[in-house]
Design a protein around this ligand. Sequence first.
Ligand code: COA
Length: 351
Amino acid sequence: MDRGLDREAIEEVYLATLGFSGWQLGNSSAIAAEEAGRPGVSTVRVENACASGGFALRLAVDAVSSGRRNLVLVVGLEKMTDVSNARRRYWLGVSGDTEWERLAGLTFAGVYGLMAARYESEYGPVREALSAVAVKNHAHGALNPNAHFQKLITREQANSGPMVAAPLGLYDCCPVSDGAAALLVARTDRARQWTDTPVYVVGSGAGSDHLAVQERENLTRLDASRQAADEAFRNAPFDRKRLDLLEVHDCFTIAELLALEDLRIAPRGSAGRLTLSGATRLGGRLPVNPDGGLKAKGHPIGATGVSQAYEVFLQLRGQAGARQVRGAQRALTHNVGGSGATAAVHVFSAG
Ligand code: COA
C-alpha cells in the first residue's frame, strides 16, 4: 500500500535537463522546487546531456545513502518539439565535440552510423539485428500508453526506412520527443513510511570518456558504460546473470547492441545473435526495454534516465500492465550522455 506524501517531507530537488532550445538556461532548478511546492529547499540542475537523468538519480542516491537527506525528488524533463528543424539540429549537437566533429557536420546519427559501420567491419553484417531491435522496441512501445510511438513496425519496414546516416535508417533512430518523469528517492530505513512496496537501488556506477569520438580508443564499445556497469555491480548484492530485465540507452539501434556488450550481458560481437534469438523480447529470457526504449517510448533528453528508473519501479512492483515482465525482481538501467562521453548505471531490486 502507498500512503501518500506530505510535500513538506521533500528535503531536496534535482532537476535533470539539457535545457533544449535554450529555455531558462540559468537557475532552472529553482522552478522545479517551486512547482514541487517546496521553494526554499536546496535544489540543483544536473546536465550531462542524455545521461542527465541517470546522474541526477545517482546524486539523489548519494544524498540519502549518506544520511544527509531522508527524501529527495528527482525530476527529468525536456521540451524538444517547439523549435524549427534548424534549431533542433543545433541543440541535438551541443552535447558532442564542437570544433572537430559538429562543425564538420557530424550529427549524433552520424556518430552512431560510424559505430555501426565499424561494428559491421569487425563482426559482419548487422542489418537484421538492428531491425530486430527496432521491431522489438516498437512492439514493446505499443504496450505502453505513455510511449511516443505506440505502433508496430515490420522487419521489412525497418530494413527499408529512409536512410539517415548510413547504415542507419529512420527506424534505427530514436525520435525527438517532449517528456517528463519524476522519482522520489528515500533513505532505505525510511521508505516504508510512504509505501509497503519500495524498490531498492542496490548498485550505482558512473563513468566518462573523451567527448570527441576521434579521441576514443575504440568505436565498438563505450568505455564510460563499461566503467559505470562495473562500478554498479561492485556494490550490488547479486551478479548481472541474475537480472530479470534491462532498460538500456538505445538512442540508435546499434546502441542497444553495444549496451548489451558493454554491460557484459553478451560477449563482444554477439549481441546481434542474442537479439535475433528472441531472448531480449518480452517473454524472452532477458527482456530489454519493455517500455519501448528510447526508440519507441521516445528520448526527451533530460527525462530519459529518470523514465528508465520509473519503468523499473513499475516492473519490480508488478504494476507494468500489458508489458509486465513476469516475476521481475532484479533490474538495471543504463543511461548514456551524447555519444558515450558520460554514462550512469543503476541496479535495482524488489526486496
Ligand atoms: N522512428 C520512427 N518513425 C519516425 C521517427 C523515428 N525515429 N522520427 C520520425 N518518424 C516518423 C514520424 O512519425 C512521421 O511519420 P508520419 O509521416 O506517419 O506522421 C515521419 O517519420 C516524418 O517525421 P519527421 O518528424 O518529419 O521526421 P524527420 O525526418 O524530421 O526526423 C529523424 C527523423 C530520425 C532525423 C529525427 O527523429 C532525429 O533526429 N532523431 C534522432 C534524435 C537524436 O539524435 N537524439 C539524440 C540522440 S544521442
